[in-house]
Design a protein around this ligand. Structure first.
Ligand SMILES: CC(C)(COP(=O)(O)OP(=O)(O)OC[C@H]1O[C@@H](n2cnc3c(N)ncnc32)[C@H](O)[C@@H]1OP(=O)(O)O)[C@@H](O)C(=O)NCCC(=O)NCCS
Length: 294
């Protein structure tokens, strides 16, 4: 079902049938999403798109936006993308306005993680900045030496899930168990907790991607637990790895990450619309799930 905005853009709902063209869009921006990411987002939320005719006369998916509702109060605004040949013609603004209309009708707030280019578009629509984080990338390295003994880092067991759910919900600000369950299947080797018999001191997930694996979300009580979790994922990663580190964590973790080969890539700003502050509590958060998931 589609609708036409005031400027004449036909805005359609995207479905699993649009994944190939959606992947062309994210790849055109050199983003890391693969088909599984788009499918996960279409199954958890609503995708919106605008088609346009390119210079060769082919009709293509030229712009996208995805809304991921996380409970009744807010939705993640994700995958705002426009093919390079169609940029600066108002397509991002049009698809974003449509998505915001969907939120307004339901009395929901919008939250997102903006690239510098996206931030300009969002600010014009009333989004305001909250905290920042940055993406770091580690290239594939030689095989890691055997892991040091850390018997407290282990795969997430069934009995851990209630604790994982409680920790993540308090940190993220909403229940996102469907996302975390999906991530645990996407990269089982990164689905880990740091736990003693009585206490969960950290939890990590990750996923595969188009050109690198991605570590996150990463929640931990202290830097040593965060390092132990990341180290486990690095040993399991088949190639390059991304991690999106909160700026406030740089003093505690950046030099260790750099020693592991991570290099700064680009900054992101968490922005909100229809609410004053970002949901959740960052006191245990080290790395986000990714700008498209929160
Ligand atoms: C960011 C992006 C979605 C913008 O799409 P777009 O269709 O070109 O945006 P619009 O035409 O609606 O732009 C509206 C206004 O936002 C601002 N803007 C848009 N892109 C900008 C950029 N790259 N730098 C600075 N300002 C920008 C301008 O003020 C623009 O109005 P103008 O063209 O009249 O000056 C597009 O450049 C893109 O897909 N980039 C790669 C992926 C990305 O970073 N997405 C954002 C994710 S958070």
């Amino acid at each position: 079902m589609g609708s036409t905005d005031a400027a004449g853009h036909d805005i359609v709902r995207l479905t699993a049938a649009d994944v190939t063209q959606a992947l062309d869009l994210s790849t055109s921006a050199q983003w890391n999403q693969n088909a599984a990411d788009w499918l996960m987002m279409f199954s958890l939320g609503q995708g919106f798109g605008i088609h346009a005719v390119d210079e060769q006369g082919a009709r293509r998916l030229a712009a996208s936006a995805v809304l991921l509702p996380y409970g009744p109060h807010f939705a993640w605004v994700s995958m705002v993308l426009v093919l390079p040949a169609f940029q600066r013609r108002g397509l991002a603004t049009a698809v974003l306005k449509h998505a915001l209309g969907w939120l307004r009708e339901r009395g929901m707030a919008g939250v997102l993680d903006a690239t510098p280019a996206g931030r300009a578009v969002y600010a014009q629509e009333g989004f305001v900045d909250t905290w920042r984080f940055a993406r770091y990338r580690r290239e594939a390295g030689p095989p890691a030496p055997p892991a040091p003994e850390r018997s407290d880092v282990r795969a997430i067991a069934n009995a851990d899930w209630p604790n994982v759910e409680r920790l993540d919900e308090a940190t993220f600000g909403a229940d996102r168990m469907r996302v975390l369950r999906t991530l645990s299947a996407r990269w089982p080797g990164a689905a880990r907790v740091v736990a003693s018999a009585h206490q969960t001191r950290g939890v990590m997930f990750g996923r595969d991607g188009r050109e690198a694996h991605h570590i996150g979300p990463l929640l931990a009580d202290d830097a040593a637990s965060a390092e132990a979790l990341i180290d486990t994922a690095l040993r399991d990663a088949p190639g390059a790895v991304y991690l999106d580190l909160l700026d406030t964590r740089r003093p505690e973790l950046l030099s260790w990450l750099q020693a592991q080969g991570f290099v700064f890539q680009r900054p992101f700003t968490r922005m909100v619309w229809g609410t004053r502050s970002a949901p959740g509590d960052t006191s245990r958060l080290w790395a986000v799930a990714g700008p498209e998931l929160g």
